[in-house]
Design a protein around this ligand. Structure first.
Ligand SMILES: O=C(O)CCC(=O)C(=O)O
Ligand SMILES: [Fe+2]
Length: 230
């Protein structure tokens, strides 16, 4: 899948910009299959209508355990190299928590703390829908990086609907980053904080992500969050 050189570039982009894109992580036909599974019954634990909670407009569904094999394999494979970056970031930000090399070990930590519900999800947006800036925190245990894969084809399936990240720097104005994605591209980004080097050393920046308003069509995303939910 991804090579050590890819992970070096991903780590460098995350350090420099607070996000990294992995082009074509999922093949177009697998993207289409994953998006059309949105309507399957029996593979999700819940459905959320975003407007009801003030989260934006659109909807999403959390998979139930056992996750579909492709989703489970992707989450496990991405975890290990991301854990190395996560540990480096925690060290830089002076946070004592470290992450084990294997995802099942980290999931055992979540489960022991009562965070047992799976968090991978598929989101569905139609014209006029959007996702307000937010952080995917689901309890005490937080893995600091997450991944979103665009399953739809921009321009053909939808217009608008850009992935947006903001960083709120202490005592400074916020910075926005719009991430242009093609079908099958993954964006890796921080769940809540990232380390930034300043004149007086490394400080923590508060991050949020969301999606701008869809102008036309339909957009699906696969979200991979590495901690389970309370
Ligand atoms: O639809 C998107 O691009 C963002 C989805 C999201 O908020 C997430 O994956 O956590
Ligand atoms: Fe999210």
């Amino acid at each position: 899948m991804l090579l050590p050189a890819d992970w070096e570039r991903i780590g460098a982009d995350l350090d420099a910009f607070g996000c990294a894109v992995v082009p074509r992580l999922i093949a177009a036909e697998d993207c289409r299959a994953c998006a059309s599974a949105y309507d399957d019954d029996g593979i999700y634990r819940s459905r959320v209508l975003m407007e009801r909670h003030g989260f934006g407009k659109g909807e999403y569904k959390y998979f139930s355990y056992p996750l579909p094999p492709g989703v489970a394999a992707l989450r496990t494979a991405l975890y290990q190299p991301l854990a190395a970056i996560a540990n480096r970031w925690h060290e830089a930000m002076g946070i004592e928590i470290r992450f084990p090399a294997r995802h099942d070990e980290f999931i055992a930590r979540c489960h022991a703390a009562g965070q047992r519900r799976p968090t991978p999800l598929i989101l569905q947006y139609r014209a006029g829908d959007y996702n307000c800036l937010h952080q995917d925190l689901y309890g005490e245990h937080v893995f600091p990086l997450q991944v979103a894969v665009l399953l739809s084809q921009p321009g053909a399936d939808f217009t608008g609907g850009e992935f947006v990240l903001t960083e709120q720097r202490p005592r400074m104005q916020s910075r926005a980053e719009v991430v242009a994605l093609e079908q099958g591209d993954a964006v890796i980004f921080p769940v809540h904080y990232r380390p930034v080097s300043g004149a007086r050393g490394i400080y923590r920046v508060n991050m949020r992500h969301g999606v701008s308003r869809l102008r036309t069509g339909q957009r699906h995303t696969l979200g991979l969050i590495f901690h389970d939910a309370q």
